[in-house]
Ligand binder design. Sequence first.
Ligand code: UT7
Length: 311
Amino acid sequence: MNAGIIGLGSYAPDQILTNEDLEKKIDTSDEWIRTRTGIEERRIAAPEENTSHMAFKAAQEAIKDAGINPEQIGLILVATVTPDNPFPSVATMLQEQLGASNAAAMDVSAACAGFMYGIVTAKQFVETDTYSHVLVVGVEKLSKITNWEDRNTAVLFGDGAGAVIVSKVSEGRGILSFELGANGSGGKYLQQDGPYLTMNGREVFKFAVRQMGESAVNVIEKAGLNKEDVDMLIPHQANIRIMEAARERLELPIEKMSKTIHKYGNTSSASIPLSLKEEVMNGKVNDDDVIVMVGFGGGLTWGAIALKWGR
Ligand code: UT7
């Protein structure tokens, strides 16, 4: 039996920062941001709202949705590059707050591909019967490493969290295939250099357009499926033009690609689980649907999963 997702949760802070708000702070325009990125607004955590708090909210919802007790969780993996502190990890903070007394806990650092790395790691432990339930969280408070005077990056990012419980699911469902990869020679293109995130947008764009399509195609092939079998593509929400390139590579109609970037911006490791939650909530993902999730990010890193939805 494969590992799959049995519970889902998400959290976005209340405060909305619109493109119009940004126009007042830096030399940019709503028109530029919309047409170049697809972003209309993003959520920003309050100064006192930590990464661990957002993670806790999403995790609590995922645990409830899965119908399990926190004590049944064997491992907590938190994908984040914006932990409250370098250590203790956000995962250990969650372990205490949730009362997950039997769980091991660690953070996973793979930037925007972190949630994919987390899910694939969880799968290994579940399918070897090491742990029955693994909590995987993607969470970021990017606002705290954003240089609000740098228009190249300030317009792109947002805060939020998404969480899933990975456990065994019925025969035929669950994770069908995956791909993870890294290319450290591109690390300089997207990094936290001092207090702030810095980025060479054009280089990351070129890499992302190529890698997203390639990884998506690879996991479809590895699963023994064809492009037409895909019911929903959930790409990392970094830029609508990058997402569209992946969709076109898979020859999917527009309604088969998840799009939440307009309201959340790029939430890094949180973007895929946030989008998945919305699609499930809106009835766009149903039992036995084939989902392809694909992400890329700083490192450079990438990861993709083909999954048949349902418990
Ligand atoms: O999770 C992974 C994170 N990163 C990414 O996914 C980023 C990938 N890259 C991108 O999404 C795009 O490269 C950006 C959205 C960052 C930039 O879009 P672009 O189409 O590659 O624009 P560009 O960097 O080529 O800049 C075009 C122009 C420049 O002006 P000049 O030199 O042509 O006069 C920029 O200075 O747009 C200007 N520009 C802006 N103008 C208004 C750059 N940022 C802004 C801005 N508002 N916020």
